[in-house]
Design a protein around this ligand. Structure first.
Ligand code: 5GP
Length: 192
């Protein structure tokens, strides 16, 4: 097992940018030794999501308890009344496995992780080709109501302004190309 701490790979982007697909692709490359950082959330489970795999689904009350006990590395009320956060214990779990942590989190959470571990974190901003493409992807996903899609689009417009604060901006206009670029970035950061 690795004695020193592992690295942290933050993939942040507006939802509908394709970042989740990129993160899953990286996780499938065993030689990278990546482990997904499972976030805690107070939102309802969607579709085929599984407890302890996609998220730790907890009640708003339990979420607030973790906040009070300083249990989070970062947390956000990403959408109204929907809280999301990275538990400190989650990163410890991953490092104890001797692996590197990979995060699929929002832009503000991503910047917070980077500020807590500036040297060991590679923060990647996945940029959709345009807001219109992103909106279309969200509609095709068919998991959100029209109101939720509107909320996500508004949030995306806000988030795009923060791209420059990340180490790298990865424009996802071609998924295969974006996957390859993401792989090369991660590999290089691990080796350095
Ligand atoms: P979704 O509801 O689509 O699963 O996620 C909504 C947003 O919350 C996405 O942008 C996702 O990346 C973000 N998110 C997921 N987990 C966390 C987390 O632990 N912290 C923060 N700040 N954002 C998160």
């Amino acid at each position: 097992m690795r004695k020193s701490k592992g690295k942290l790979f933050v993939f942040s982007a507006p939802s509908g940018s394709g970042k989740t697909t990129i993160v899953h692709h990286l996780l499938a490359q065993n030689e990278l030794d990546l482990e997904f950082s499972i976030s805690a959330t107070s939102r309802q489970k969607r579709g085929s999501e599984k407890e302890g795999k996609d998220y730790y689904f907890i009640s708003p009350k339990v979420f607030k308890k973790y906040i009070d006990n300083d249990g989070f590395l970062e947390w956000e009320e990403v959408y109204k009344d929907n809280f999301y956060g990275t538990l400190k214990s989650e990163v410890d779990r991953i490092w104890a496995l001797g692996k590197h942590a990979i995060f699929d989190i929002d832009v503000f959470g991503g910047m917070r992780i980077k500020s807590k571990f500036p040297k060991n974190t590679l923060a990647v901003f996945v940029q959709p080709p345009s807001i219109e493409v992103m909106e279309k992807r969200l509609r095709n996903r068919k998991t959100d109501t029209e109101e939720k899609i509107k909320e996500r689009v508004l949030k995306a417009e806000r988030e795009l302004k923060f791209a420059q604060d990340f180490d790298v901006v990865l424009v996802n206009d071609n998924l295969e190309k974006a996957k390859k670029e993401a792989y090369d970035l991660v590999k290089k950061f691990i080796e350095n």
